[in-house]
Design a binder for this molecule. Structure first.
Ligand SMILES: OC[C@H]1NNC[C@@H](O)[C@@H]1O
Length: 450
């Protein structure tokens, strides 16, 4: 298919992405159980401006309106996550039928609108009961809980949902949750805990993939990683070494484990005593064949030696130039670089860009529109580099903008606006931004030539 950016493969999917806790709200409705982000966002000082996702975009009640907006965007696909605690309020055991019913209606609505559902099983919102019982992902038994959750959901929706992502950005919610303290459950400087949690997440990923394939004929199974090419800030040996360590932590730890069944030796040596307990067969259990790799990419990583974040000892250098509201550099070539990096080293069968977007201080102009020219430029420039990588043979089969509509940006609250659609979080009014119209034109199918 051809559009204003260039030529894309036939069947290329144009999508947008969201996550349950960031958009749904209705945290005490429909039988939903508490999760660790409910707890974390109500912890004083945890979230900027003391904000939380109790209401968020009220998507739980407005999902029909939101599907209509997806149709205006000409979306082929919509990536969203299911809240585990809506399905199993206590994390295991009794199933909440109202939770299944909500997602069933949403999925039917998407299919009626001609939009393919791409489901993420876990986008950070662990049922609080599992955290309380045994520290959540630190308990190896949680793998069985995740298997039960996978089984319930894939039996319920496998007749209509074919694309299943097990986890979104496992590195972010473990490193953020156990080292940086920026994500739930908010622990700090526990790298050993992060690595143990991550090991159990990897095991849960492998076990979940097996269940998905048993329950869903013709399923496509993947995982979503936030990988990022590391560039040394200088040619100084300590910066080059730091960039290699960063590459090991940010990229090879995940790609080697999940695609090759081994942790990278240099990082195993570096982590030493912090390494998780690995039982015989673990590495084979996690490295199940994948139908696709999801890549979330926003920026490049310029890395120098640092005294913090022991033992990886790196710090990010922010180059001059344009930056986003997240403090991230705008560097469109990052999407080309990461795709070439992954394809040349690991050669996954299929790749989706599962998140790419920019946080801006969007405002509604007096004319009632949101003129977000910077987002249009960001999308255009990244898509141009994406098209170049595809033309050079990288098997990218779809692209999802982060995000459909302005939503709850975790520890930063609602201030960073990433959406193609503006949301007034007081009134819940939705306004298509100029970038939404731009993207709708990109995604529009060529009208058949009569
Ligand atoms: O920071 C922007 C996004 N990054 N990936 C995970 C999403 O939940 C975030 O909102």
């Amino acid at each position: 298919m051809k559009n204003a950016i260039g030529e894309f493969p036939e069947g290329f999917l144009w999508g947008a992405a969201t996550a349950a806790y960031q958009i749904e709200g209705a945290v005490t409705e429909g039988g939903r159980g508490k999760n660790i982000w409910d707890t974390f966002t109500h912890t004083p000082g945890a979230i900027k401006n003391g904000e939380n996702g109790d209401i968020a975009c009220d998507h739980y009640h407005r999902w029909r309106e939101d599907i209509a907006l997806m149709q205006q965007l000409n979306l082929d696909a919509y990536r969203f996550s299911i809240a585990w605690s809506r399905i199993l309020p206590q994390g295991r055991g009794t199933v909440n039928q109202a939770g299944l019913d909500f997602y069933s209606r949403l999925i039917d609505g998407l299919l009626e609108a001609g939009i393919q559902p791409f489901v993420t099983l876990y986008h950070w919102d662990l049922p609080q009961a599992l955290q309380d019982e045994g520290k959540g992902w630190l308990r190896r038994g949680i793998v069985e809980d995740f298997v039960q959750y996978t089984d319930v959901v894939t039996r319920a929706f496998g007749d209509r949902v074919k694309h299943w992502t097990t986890f979104n950005e496992p590195g972010v919610f473990t490193w953020g949750g156990y080292v940086l303290g920026e994500d739930a459950p908010g622990w700090r400087m526990q790298p050993g805990a992060a690595l143990t949690a991550l090991h159990h997440v990897f095991l849960a990923h492998g076990a979940s993939a097996q269940v998905i394939r048993e329950n869903v004929p013709q399923s496509q199974v993947g995982i979503v990683l936030d990988i990022n090419v590391a560039e040394p800030a200088s040619e100084a040996p300590e910066d080059v070494a730091a960039a290699l360590r960063f590459d090991g932590m940010q990229n090879r730890w995940f790609l080697d484990a999940l695609l090759r069944g081994e942790y990278p030796a240099d990082m195993v040596a570096l982590f030493g005593e912090q390494m998780p307990r690995i039982e015989t067969g673990d590495m084979q259990r996690m490295a199940v064949p994948l139908d696709y790799l999801g890549i979330n990419i926003y920026r490049r990583s310029v890395i120098a030696h640092g005294d913090e974040l022991v033992p990886v000892n790196y710090c990010r250098v922010l180059p001059p130039g344009e930056h986003t509201l997240m403090g991230w550099e705008v560097y469109p070539k990052c999407i080309y670089d990461i795709l070439k990096y992954v394809n040349e080293r690991y050669g996954p069968p299929k790749i989706y860009i599962t998140e790419n977007g920019i946080a801006l201080p969007d405002e509604v102009s007096p004319d009632g529109h949101v003129h977000d020219e910077r987002r249009i430029a960001y999308l255009r420039d990244h898509l141009t580099y994406l098209q170049r990588a595809i033309a050079e043979g990288v098997p990218v089969r779809g692209y999802f903008v982060w995000t459909l509509m302005d939503n709850f940006e975790w520890a930063l609250g609602f201030e960073p606006r990433f959406g193609l659609i503006y949301v007034d979080h007081q009134t819940q009014q939705r306004i298509m931004k100029d970038s939404g119209y731009f993207y709708a034109d990109i995604a529009k199918k060529e009208t058949a030539v009569k």
